[in-house]
Design a protein around this ligand. Sequence first.
Ligand code: GNR
Ligand code: NI
Length: 167
Amino acid sequence: MALLPILQLPDPRLRERGARVETFDEKLHALIADMFETMYAAPGIGLAATQVGVSLQLAVMDCSEAHNEQRVLINPEVLAEDDLEEMEEGCLSIPDVQEKVRRYNHITVRAQDAAGQSYEIKAEGLLAQCLQHEIDHLNGKLFVDYLSRLKRDRIKKKMVKLHKREQ
Ligand code: GNR
Ligand code: NI
């Protein structure tokens, strides 16, 4: 097991669309284990492969407080969505930024698990929000893309400054 470095805005790799996962082998399972470890350590409720520099349609999630509801999301497709609402959102790739964005409060997703088995998930609230956030990552999209240009540019500037300071 290993902690993986999480890429931060404006890293261009966050803008890549992940390729479909076709091989459900030991290597994939090791990556999934590392992603869960990295997500819990952060701490976060979700983590997309895109965020650790792996361009695949893969994300892990656990929205429970007890850390006992692990979900692996592979090659996800949105089947239905309903009830747009404003929800406060953050992202491990954009530290210390929280903004309200419009998300569906209800969503149905079909995905595959770590074994390649197809399943459907009907979610609401935080889980629905997290699913949309992770699926966006797999398509190179970040929540700041839903904000006004002014807000987005301010956040980007702040992040660039932060990285300059770290060098
Ligand atoms: O840890 C996270 N919290 C969160 C809160 C509201 C909406 C989405 C999220 S996901 C985020 C972790 C993350 O960046 N996943 O990609
Ligand atoms: Ni995120």
